[in-house]
Design a protein around this ligand. Sequence first.
Ligand code: GDP
Ligand code: IMO
Ligand code: MG
Length: 427
Amino acid sequence: MPALVLLGAQWGDEGKGKATDLLGGSVDYVVRYQGGNNAGHTVVVGDQKYALHLLPSGILSPGCTPVIGNGVVVDPAVLLSELSGLNERGVDTSKLLLSGNAHLITPYHATLDKTTERFLGQRKIGTTGRGIGPSYADKINRVGIRVQDLFDESILLQKIEAALDFKNQILAKLYNRRSISPRQVADELLGYADQIRGYVADTSLVLNDAIDQDKVVLFEGGQGTLLDVDHGTYPFVTSSNPTAGGACTGAGVGPTKISRVIGILKAYTTRVGAGPFPTELFDEDGEALRSIGREFGVTTGRNRRCGWFDAVIARYATRVNGLTDFFLTKLDVLTGWERIPVCVAYEIDGKRVEELPYNQSDFHHAKPVYEYLPGWSEDITKAKTFEDLPKNAQAYVKSLEEMSGAPISAIGVGPGRDETIQVNSFL
Ligand code: GDP
Ligand code: IMO
Ligand code: MG
């Protein structure tokens, strides 16, 4: 039975939450493997709308065990409030499993995230301010605090002291802020320990056993390929690996166990925060995409930057993730345009370029080369099969598929679970 990875093929917010939820009913485990509560995954079930930040979207499917893997950074206050918010709405969260090796986001990480952004001024990344980067930085610097440290008070305090030693100097001397008391941080974290203890498990062992027993395991990415710290538009990226390889390191599962990698791809492009975006629109088309597509951040409420579909990026996502399928979302948003521009290549310093530029400065100079595809005006939100789509919508999907390098196996025509055309089965 398959282990599947489902990830963002662009700059995040492609509709991963909806796609995960759609598969949730047929999946035994849904696993977050990287990122943290910088994610905002929307799931619409009937007339109920859920916004999940840290928990895997599979938590809404009763038969499915949600897992937070070792590669995730966990803010314990957010974890508990998200769980209790779901409990209040009648969702059973008792099956959640949390890796003891996952790193914590502490209050000082969030403080440093915000102060660093302020310090950067014009050069800021536009982070979500949730402490993601500073927590991963501590992990790599070997001064991170892990979930398992919550259960040993003396170790916890020692580790917090080690982590704050240097940071307090920076806060006081560089940022002119008050230093943070290790004891106070330890007490706050210890206050969460008892509520979290029951969820902690050796998640790598659980997941490998599950795969060996032919269970279906779905790895749900946060963010997207172009926000990957290695393969994205560095430095305008998040601090983890949303790309497919991240599922292996972030969950403790070997690459030979993964049978399918599904890229979630919006029928146009959006981005939140700073950084290059060749097809970005600053005109009424961009405004229309934002208002029709409701492109406002789930986590920070910021306006998303909007632009046309970029096939160079889609091809790149196919390459660096080894995608086997695409799930094309939000096709319905494009209804009503007479012709739809699609970026097929870039022009960089007078030369046509078909692949994502390897060099950052080249990407900043990339101008989109557009092909114009005929649009459609019919409402497509009730379409159930590919043939139900108007001919021009079918042709749009087929063109994107040819340009992007992997089959489009599902098409989203609305936010709801049933507003999906399944072309090929994922399981
Ligand atoms: P994620 O971060 O990748 O899970 O995506 P977000 O939830 O941040 O943003 C995607 C938005 O698009 C959400 O509001 C979804 O409800 C919505 N959505 C997902 N698929 C479709 C679709 O096919 N059509 C429309 N109109 N909305 C969709
Ligand atoms: P989902 O999972 C879109 C962006 C931020 C910023 C950069 C770094 O909903 O697709 P961070 O706080 O991670 O250090 O910010 O990454 N970003 C996202 N953009 N969707 C997301 O998540 C994002 N998570 C982070 O806007 O540009
Ligand atoms: Mg989102």
